[in-house]
Write a protein of this length. Structure first.
Lengths: 290, 263
C-alpha cells in the first residue's frame, strides 16, 4: 500500500497546489522525486510529532490541505491532543496517513503496534476513518478523499487484500446469504471470504468506518439479524457504531484481544497468534452461527 | 510611553476588570501581565495593515486581555465583547477560532500555539509577497511543555524569520518547575533572543522592529513582567490566578487604575 500511497499522493501534489505533505522521517526515499520538484510543499519534519501536527494545522488555517504521514502510534496516539484540538475542534482539513496498522512491524515489538488507532480516531467528532481493503481500493479512496476539505485518517497495511472490490461510500456487499451477516473491515475481507466459504452468510466489505449509519441502514434489509463484525484492530473498536442495533440484532465482534503482544516474528504469525487467521476466523464464525 | 498609549493600555486593563466582574470568569493576573505585549504586537499589525490573525495567543487563559486589546484596536466590537462567556457569546474563557475571524487559533491547552503559528508563518513566507511577522504570546510556565521545544526546533530549522515569540515571564512557573535561563534555552535552539521589560511599550516596540529585520532566524522576546500588573493586591498573588472579582474588589482595582500614581 505504501507504493500506491506514494504514487497517488505525488500525482495529486503535482495537480493540487494546496496539498502539502509532511513526513515523520518515513517514506522519504519514495517521495524523493516529487520532493525535488516541490521542496516547499513536501517536508521531512523528523520525529517531533506534536509540533508536526500543530504545524500542519497552521498550514491548514491558511488554506492548505496538509497530509501528515508516519507510523500509526506516532501519528495517532502521541499527538492525539493536537489532532483533537488543532484539527477537530478548529474544524480544519487534514489527512493523516499511517503505516504499520496493528502489528505490521511485528519484529519491532509493541512500541510500534497500534491496534487502537481506529477507535481513537473515530472518537474525534467529524473525522473520517478509512481502512482500505487493498491497493486498488486505497488508490480510489485517496484520489477522491485527499483533495477534500475534511479531516480524514487512512490506515495502510502490508496485509492488504488482493481482491478487487468496488465500494460505494466505503461499503460493498460481496456475498449473499440468509443465516448471518459478516461485516469484514478493510483487509480482513480475503480471510473472511475464505473462512465463510460454503456457509450461508452474507459478507459485506466495510472500509469507510465513519459511514456507520449507512452501513446500519444496509443491514436493515438483510433477512438475518445475526451480525459478526471482523475487525483488524482491537476487538470492539467499532462497537459504538453497532450499539443502536442492540434491540433488533445480535452483534458479535471478532478482533485483536486487548492485550500487549510480547511476541515478534512476522505479521502473519502475529495474526495467527491473536486468532485473526482464516482458520481461527472460521471456527469463531461457525460457533456464532451454528 | 506616550500618555495616549498609556491611557489605551489602562483602558484595556479596565475592560479586563469590568468583564471579569460581570461574567464571574477570567484569569485576571495572567491577562494584566501581557497588556503591553499585546499592545506592541497589535500596534505593529495595525500600522502594517495586517490581519489580526497575525497574532496568536498561545497562553489562551489570558483571553480577557486579548479580547480587550482586539477591541481597543477595532478588530472586534464593544457590543460583541459585552456578553463575554455568556451562552451564545463569541468570546469565552479561552479563544475559539471558529467563533470570530480575528482569532486565528483555538487555544487553552498549553503548548499548542507555537507549533500552529510556525505552520502559519511557514505558509505566509512561501505563499505571500509580503508575509509580515506572526506573533505568538507564550507563558513562562507553558515553556514546561515539550511541544513548545519541538516547535522551537522547527521554527529555527525552517529559518522562519517572520516568526516572533513573546514569552511572558510573569513568574507563573515559580511555584512548580521554574524555567531558568530562558534566554539561554531559546538561544540554544538557535533563535535570535531579546530581553525586555514586558511593561515598557518602548522596549517592546523596539524589539518587535528588531525582529522584523532578522534575516534567517525566528525571534524570541523574553518579556519580564509582573503577574497582575497594575493592581497591587493582585500583583504576584497566586490566590488571584483564577479568582472571581466581586464588586468591592472591582471598585478597589478601578480606583488604583484611575490613580494619578498609576503608571
Amino acid at each position: 500500500m505504501r507504493k500506491v500511497f506514494q504514487e497517488v499522493t505525488s500525482r495529486l501534489i503535482d495537480s493540487h497546489l494546496n496539498l502539502h505533505l509532511l513526513l515523520g522521517d518515513i517514506g522519504v526515499h519514495g517521495f524523493s522525486e516529487i520532493m525535488n520538484k516541490h521542496p516547499n510543499r513536501i517536508l521531512n519534519l523528523g520525529i517531533l510529532e506534536q509540533a508536526m501536527v500543530g504545524f500542519a494545522a497552521g498550514l491548514a488555517s491558511r488554506g492548505a490541505i496538509p497530509i501528515v504521514h508516519s507510523i500509526a502510534p506516532f501519528i495517532v496516539e502521541r499527538p492525539l491532543e493536537q489532532i483533537k484540538l488543532d484539527f477537530g475542534y478548529q474544524g480544519l482539513p487534514g489527512k493523516f496517513v499511517s503505516v504499520g496498522a496493528s502489528f505490521d512491524y511485528a519484529k519491532l515489538g509493541a512500541t510500534h503496534h497500534c491496534p487502537a488507532d481506529v477507535e481513537i480516531f473515530l472518537s474525534i467528532p467529524g473525522a473520517e476513518v478509512w481502512v482500505p481493503a487493498g491497493n486498488r481500493d486505497l488508490e480510489s479512496v485517496l484520489e477522491v478523499e485527499l483533495p477534500k476539505l475534511s479531516l480524514s485518517y487512512f490506515r495502510l497495511t502490508e496485509l492488504g487484500s488482493e481482491i478487487e472490490i468496488r465500494h460505494v461510500n466505503g461499503i460493498a456487499k460481496v456475498r449473499h446469504g440468509f443465516k448471518g451477516i459478516c461485516v469484514a473491515i478493510g483487509p480482513t475481507i480475503d480471510d473472511v471470504l475464505r473462512a465463510t466459504e460454503g456457509l450461508d452468510l452474507s459478507v459485506i466489505s466495510w472500509t469507510g468506518l465513519h459511514n456507520g449509519p449507512e452501513l446500519i441502514g444496509s443491514l436493515q434489509s438483510e433477512l438475518s439479524r445475526n451480525v459478526i463484525v471482523i475487525e483488524p484492530f482491537y476487538q470492539g473498536g467499532t462497537a459504538s457504531t453497532f450499539a443502536c442495533l442492540a434491540h433488533d440484532f445480535f452483534v458479535r465482534h471478532i478482533g485483536i484481544p486487548r492485550e500487549y503482544i510480547h511476541r515478534y516474528g512476522s505479521p502473519t504469525e502475529l495474526k495467527e497468534f491473536v486468532g485473526m487467521d482464516e482458520q481461527s476466523l472460521r471456527e469463531k464464525i461457525l460457533s456464532y452461527t451454528s | 510611553m506616550t500618555p495616549t498609549n498609556q491611557y489605551r493600555c489602562s483602558s484595556i486593563r479596565r475592560r479586563v476588570l469590568e468583564l471579569a466582574n460581570k461574567s464571574g470568569e477570567g484569569h485576571i493576573p495572567s491577562s494584566l501581565s501581557i497588556v503591553e505585549m499585546l499592545f506592541a504586537c497589535l500596534s505593529y499589525i495595525k500600522k502594517a495593515d495586517k490581519h489580526p490573525s497575525h497574532l496568536v495567543l498561545s497562553k489562551g487563559h489570558a483571553s480577557l486581555a486579548y479580547y480587550a486589546a482586539l477591541e481597543e484596536f477595532g478588530f472586534i466590537s464593544e457590543s460583541e465583547l459585552n456578553d463575554f462567556c455568556d451562552f451564545n457569546s463569541k468570546f469565552g474563557g479561552h479563544p475559539d477560532a471558529t467563533k470570530h475571524g480575528a482569532i486565528p487559533f483555538s487555544t487553552g491547552s498549553l503548548g499548542h500555539g507555537l507549533a500552529m503559528a510556525t505552520g502559519a508563518a511557514y505558509f505566509e513566507r512561501h505563499k505571500r509577497m509580503n508575509p509580515g511577522p506572526i506573533f505568538v504570546i507564550l507563558g513562562d510556565q507553558e515553556c514546561n511543555e515539550g511541544s513548545v521545544w519541538e516547535a522551537a526546533l522547527l521554527g529555527s530549522a525552517l529559518k522562519l524569520n517572520n516568526l516572533v515569540c513573546l514569552i511572558d515571564m510573569n513568574g507563573s512557573d515559580s511555584r512548580s518547575i521554574p524555567m531558568q535561563s530562558l534566554a539561554a534555552k531559546w538561544g540554544a535552539f538557535n533563535w535570535h533572543v531579546l530581553e525586555v521589560d514586558g511593561h515598557s511599550r518602548e522596549q517592546l516596540t523596539e524589539a518587535v522592529n528588531q525582529a522584523e529585520k532578522n534575516v534567517d532566524l525566528p525571534t524570541a522576546i523574553i518579556c519580564k513582567t509582573i503577574k497582575g500588573k497594575g493592581i497591587s493586591f493582585m500583583e504576584n498573588s497566586f490566590e488571584w490566578h483564577h479568582k472571581k472579582l466581586d464588586h468591592n474588589y472591582l471598585l478597589l482595582a478601578l480606583e488604583e487604575l484611575e490613580s494619578p500614581n498609576h503608571a
